[in-house]
Design a protein around this ligand. Structure first.
Ligand code: ADP
Ligand code: MG
Length: 693
């Protein structure tokens, strides 16, 4: 249960004065619908209203706060003209200018003959000093409140600076000090304020420098968020370790057979990764290891050898893929190897129905099936293994802690190996997995040729279409990847369909279309026709990214390459260059390219090293965008920015280790405070893993 102390923060914004249901919607899209969300809506700029000269000395172009007497109202004589209000002090004159103004309102707030404070930008028009639509109007008593440095907030359509500032202020007024969850020594060393003071200070910048993410206040808030992230991950991990693992130590006989059946030898990276995995499996702990490697680096084979180790030790092993296509592909890759090794392998997906499915489940339950390949979803339902020892999760680039946890329940103590083709920088890895063991395949299998990558402006589309025609004539298979137009699938689909129609009118029946909205069976049919049939040009949305191996494909065209994430482009490109032909990748971009976009495409042209590409991308764009969208499943942070707070993430990881080594159930005073922190960042599920309150 969420602690009471957090209730005011989790209240809806409608509980704030002046925020009705209609405004709440706007706040919802701007920051979030709760008071807390407004507290975390940090300013992005400042306005300095401290300049308060006499009118005679006032400089045009500056924001000024002026104390003036209202001498006369001058309503517009003709419609469309502004409403003018004449003011003065004992040194000079000022005109206030209002367009589309309501006279009675202006007479109320700026009555003739009285003194008022106005603040806004000064300008000179036809030799006269004026201020159009002052930002602030107040009585003399309000001078001090107006004459100050004001935060400027990011806005959304329909919400102006004044209401947002007011709402944020009201939200901050609801916030109460929270118990201290920081290590006091660490807090002192960093010179960090208390939680509430940090929050208020982040909203009260005194100068532009205070907007930096590196101020003590902002660093503290970022640290809180990262600590909640690390702590939650570590609690999940600790829970997994509580269930004692089993030691799987095969005798190597099946592995030897499998390796002997390969027409090639393992790369050094593969050997090393297998050794690391086997060492983990031999421990009586539950393995949780990540196997990272570029597309085509040979992860599947490494996984297979680990699976054989489980079988040698008398257990079953499963490999799960994110999509049906991929599951089938893994199955096809492993089938001959399983046969040569003499182990039983089956595939189970959403397409298995009725009697066939029942029989497969029976074979799985009595242990006749030793290795199973399937989709993620299946492992959450009614499937029972006789003795599942190892689960391999092929995540490609989608991550989900939930699925991993769900799977853990299938066997008593299942070892887990997570495969990913996304080269994830160390910092991002930490946020998604916590301190997870990690094996990397850094070498490419022998015989791979680098892909010749070129960048071309979209204006040369016609030329590219002709070149594609020549490639098709030369017996090549070609991928044509359609632009990522927007977040909306509909728009993307329309673009893909238009390109498909265009290419089909040129190259006829040799062209097929595959996109994310198609039924799985139709997708498979199109993919199969491309892999083995008469389709040679496959127009695709990014669905091909997750997957499919077509060694004959040697050309790829990517439209609007500038809209894709670098890691994504790298993965797409990895789909070609797997066969014997020299492969070419054409990145079509919309000119003119900005400097960052140019630098990004340049990296791709120069390098084929996924880890380097990911690192450069992180540097150029920041973590939030590195994988394109949230769909990648990495946590997104409100207060932390990994591009500048990387050191804090490492500190949060170390802090977490120390915390859990001293107080694994978070029951001590600091532990109780840390529970509040977890609730604050909505890691409620992690708190539920704790044994007692
Ligand atoms: P990944 O899963 O990392 O994308 P795969 O395991 O699908 O890569 O391997 C891609 C291709 O490379 C497969 O056809 C596989 O048989 C082949 N392969 C794997 N390891 C080697 C190796 N050491 N030498 C040559 N080819 C290899
Ligand atoms: Mg693969």
């Amino acid at each position: 249960m969420r602690p009471e102390i957090l209730y005011p923060l989790f209240a809806e914004v409608t509980t704030l004065p002046g925020v009705g249901p209609r405004m709440a919607k706007l706040y919802g899209s701007l920051a979030g619908s709760r008071v807390l969300d407004l507290c975390w809506h940090l300013p992005s700029g400042i306005v300095d209203r401290r300049y308060a000269p006499k009118l005679a000395n006032a400089t045009a172009g500056r924001v000024a706060t002026l104390t003036v007497r209202i001498t006369a109202h001058e309503p517009p004589d003709i419609r469309g003209r502004p409403y003018r209000i004449h003011c003065s002090d004992d040194t000079g004159l000022l005109e206030l200018v209002f367009f589309h103004a309501k006279g009675d309102y202006l007479r109320r707030v700026l009555p003739e003959g009285e003194e008022r404070v106005v603040s806004g930008k000064l300008e000179v028009f036809q030799g006269r000093l004026q201020m159009t639509h002052p930002d602030q109007i107040g009585r003399l008593a309000e001078l001090a409140a107006i004459k100050r440095v004001e935060p400027v907030y990011p806005l959304t359509a329909g919400l102006g600076q004044n209401p947002v500032t007011k709402a944020v202020r009201a939200a901050l007024a609801q916030a109460r000090e929270l118990p201290n969850w920081l290590d006091p020594a660490h807090k002192a060393r960093e010179n960090w304020p208390d939680w509430l003071a940090a929050l208020k200070s982040a909203h009260a910048p005194a100068d532009a420098g205070d907007l930096s993410p590196l101020t003590p206040a902002r660093r503290r808030l970022a640290y809180d968020e990262l600590l909640a992230n690390q702590l939650a991950l570590a609690l999940v991990r600790a829970r997994q370790l509580q269930i004692r693992g089993r030691a799987f130590q095969g005798d190597g006989r099946l592995r030897a057979k499998a390796v002997a059946a390969l027409p090639f030898s393992l790369t050094g990276s593969q050997e090393k990764a297998v050794a690391e995995i086997l060492a983990d499996m031999a421990e009586p702990l539950r393995m949780l290891r990540l196997l990272q490697g570029d597309v085509g680096s040979g992860k599947t084979l490494v996984a297979f050898l680990a699976m054989l180790n489980a079988v040698e030790a008398g257990a079953q092993a499963a490999l799960m893929a994110p999509t049906e296509i991929l599951a089938r592909q893994h199955f096809k890759t492993l089938e001959p190897l399983a046969e040569a090794t003499g182990v039983t392998l089956e595939i189970l997906t959403g397409r298995d129905k009725g009697k066939g499915r029942t029989e497969k489940l029976a074979r799985l339950a009595d242990g006749e099936t030793q290795l199973l390949v399937g989709t993620h979803a299946l492992f959450q339902k009614d499937i029972a293994f006789q003795n599942l020892g190892l689960a391999v999760v092929d995540e490609q680039h989608r991550f989900g802690v939930h699925q991993r946890l769900g799977l853990g329940a299938k066997g008593q103590a299942v070892d887990m190996l997570v495969m990913t083709a996304t080269p994830i920088p160390r910092t991002l890895m930490l946020t998604a997995y916590g301190d997870m063991e990690n094996s990397r395949l850094t070498e490419k299998p022998a015989g791979r040729q680098p892909v010749d990558t070129r960048t071309l402006p979209l204006e040369r589309l016609e030329e590219v279409e002709q070149a594609v025609g020549r490639a098709l004539g030369g017996g090549n298979k070609v991928y044509w990847v359609c632009p990522l137009v927007s977040e909306s699938e509909n728009v993307d689909l329309a673009a893909a369909e238009a390109r498909f129609a265009d290419l089909q009118s040129r190259y006829g029946a040799r062209v097929a279309l595959v996109h994310g909205r198609m039924k799985a069976a139709d997708k498979d049919t199109a993919m199969a026709a491309f892999a083995e049939g008469d389709v040679d040009l496959l127009v695709a949305t990014t669905v091909i990214e997750v997957g499919v191996d077509v060694p004959a494909a040697s050309v790829m065209v990517i439209e609007h390459a500038e809209r894709f994430g670098l890691a994504q482009l790298h993965q797409l490109r990895g789909r070609i260059g797997r066969g014997r032909r020299q492969a070419t990748c054409l990145l079509l971009y919309q000119a003119p390219l900005g400097e960052t976009a140019r630098a990004r495409l340049e990296i791709l042209r120069e390098s084929d090293d996924g880890f380097r590409i990911a690192k450069e991308d992180l540097r150029l764009r920041g973590a939030g965008e590195i994988l394109g969208t949230r769909q990648a499943g990495f946590p997104t942070f409100r207060l932390a920015d990994l591009a500048v707070h990387g050191d804090l993430l490492a500190a949060a990881r170390d802090d977490t280790k120390l915390i859990l080594s001293k107080d694994a159930d978070l029951t001590g005073p600091r532990g109780q405070a840390l529970r509040v922190l977890l609730y604050l960042f909505e890691r409620d599920a992690a708190v539920r893993l704790l044994r007692s309150g």
